[in-house]
Ligand binder design. Structure first.
Ligand code: SDX
Length: 432
């Protein structure tokens, strides 16, 4: 809804432009600058898009100052308490909580898309045993565009529907296959009599010699983690999926691009980096040394799992994950886990340090999640893959929203050019 105008004047008053101001349902207004270049031959400049809204979206709302996170209007705390991942997946994809029939149909469709084409399984034999699981995940998801030709027509609503269910269903199977490859064990097929998280644990930890007994606390923890990782507005990887998808490429390739962006330690790779950081810190006596490194401008070290582009308050997801940490470790009889003790002490020290206070640096979603994954027996190298399983729902929801937007166009930012002005070619003989 356009309600007002924002008047931009040049410093000498010679130029002026009225820019429409648009309001959303909640949150900051936006100044529509789409005509600025055409009318005034200037660009805006916002590296990292700190103050830039890239699209309209109805999926997720974040208030970074208040620490609010809503999925289709529902507070994530309520969904974490009362819902489950497949129901949240339906909500994010379709915009409303499903009734019993819709939920059963959706859940059954996901269950019946969990198997992989056998040809895709053979790809894993081509990877070294120590290949990073995120490298395997992005490669295998990208290869889906070489298998599922029937769901490549992005203009077909039916094809988009099958793609959505297929990719959400297959991520745990691909993740489990990557894990089995790294541990040299045979791939375990999904079972249709198991739920989404039960199936994942079965495919990860069962072996031909015996089936894995499914721990209900592990199922509860994974389901909660997938809910909390499902979506987060226009974060780096989701914006990558939208950017790639805006060219009209097939959806599997767009998701593969998102997986690559998520891998970075500044983004989803932080959960793996937090565990490695805690292991490097080793004991509470070393905390101050690492806090000093994080504050030292000349040191590239950052406190992993701390800080956030949007949250200048406690990440609401981190609070919920920390509580689940205690529950899982207590159930595993490891309530005095050295890693958790160290993380809690590190958080305490950082939150009382003036540097972190004045820069509004709080624990984010990645700070505690790895401690749960480790307690469930999932290796550190698989942590970002686990993040990707949950976030695939958000990537798919945003891709569908972008593709269905009639005003959508290819994303193509401009730049401030600071290179050489035009100059003539100099032959090799004339160069110094
Ligand atoms: C995720 O966008 C999303 O929504 C992401 C995510 C999602 O669900 O999709 O929430 C998931 O990616 C969470 C973030 C995981 N990353 C980490 O934990 C890595 C460590 N954190 C930082 O790299 C950093 O905080 C970012 C990348 C998360 C945010 O960086 P910004 O918004 O670009 O902020 P910035 O780098 O400009 O930092 C502001 C200041 C800087 O100091 P000054 O230059 O102003 O003096 O805070 C400092 C930074 O040096 N700072 C840190 C710090 N994070 C920021 N100093 C030490 N340790 C840190 N962790």
């Amino acid at each position: 809804m356009t309600k007002d105008v924002f008047i931009l004047n040049s410093s000498d008053g010679s130029e002026s432009i009225e820019l429409p101001v648009e309001s959303g349902a909640i949150g900051p207004d936006v100044i529509d600058i789409s005509k600025l270049y055409e009318e005034k031959n200037v660009f805006t400049y916002d590296p990292g898009f700190v103050s830039t809204a890239s699209c309209h979206s109805k999926i997720t709302y974040i208030d970074g100052d208040e620490g609010i996170l809503l999925y289709r209007g529902y507070p994530v705390e309520q969904l974490a308490k009362s819902s489950h991942f497949i129901e949240v997946a339906y909500l994010l994809l379709y915009g409303e909580l499903p009734n019993k029939n819709l939920l059963n149909d959706f859940s059954s469709s996901i269950t019946h898309h969990t198997m992989l084409n056998e040809g895709m399984l053979r790809f894993f034999n081509g990877f070294r045993y120590d290949a990073h699981p995120m490298a395997m995940l992005s490669a295998i998801v990208g290869s889906m565009s070489a298998y599922y030709h029937d769901t490549m027509d992005i203009n077909s609503v039916h094809a988009r529907e099958i793609f959505a269910h297929r990719i959400i269903a297959k991520l745990p199977t691909i993740a489990a296959a990557a894990y089995k490859h790294t541990v040299g064990q045979p791939f375990v097929y999904p079972r249709n009599d198991l739920g989404y998280c039960e199936n994942l644990l079965h495919m990860f930890f069962s072996v031909p010699a015996e089936n894995q007994e499914i721990d209900p606390v592990a199922v509860e923890a994974l389901d909660l983690l997938f809910i909390l990782h499902a979506d987060h507005e226009q974060n780096c990887s989701t914006s990558t999926v939208r950017m790639a998808g805006s060219s009209g490429t097939n959806p599997y390739s767009a998701i593969a691009a998102g997986i690559s962006a998520l891998w970075g330690p500044a983004h989803g790779g932080a959960n793996e980096a937090v565990l490695r950081m805690l292991e490097d810190i080793g004991s509470k006596k070393n905390i101050q040394k690492y806090i000093a490194k994080a504050k030292n401008k000349d040191d590239p070290f950052r406190l992993m799992g701390f800080g956030h582009r949007v949250y200048k308050n406690y990440d609401p997801r981190a609070k919920i994950i920390r509580e689940m940490c205690h529950k899982v470790l207590n159930q595993k009889g490891r309530n005095n886990s050295p890693l958790l003790e160290l993380a809690i002490e590190l958080e305490e020290v950082a939150l009382n340090d003036p540097y972190f206070i004045e820069k509004n640096l709080y624990p984010n979603v990645d700070f505690y999640s790895g401690i749960i994954y480790q307690a469930l027996g999932i290796p550190t190298s698989m942590f970002t893959v686990m993040f990707a399983i949950g976030r695939t729902v958000g990537w798919v929801a945003h891709w569908r929203e972008m593709i269905a937007d009639p005003s959508g166009k290819i994303s193509r930012p401009r730049q401030l050019y600071t290179g050489q002005p035009e100059r003539d070619y100099m032959s090799l003989d004339n160069r110094a």
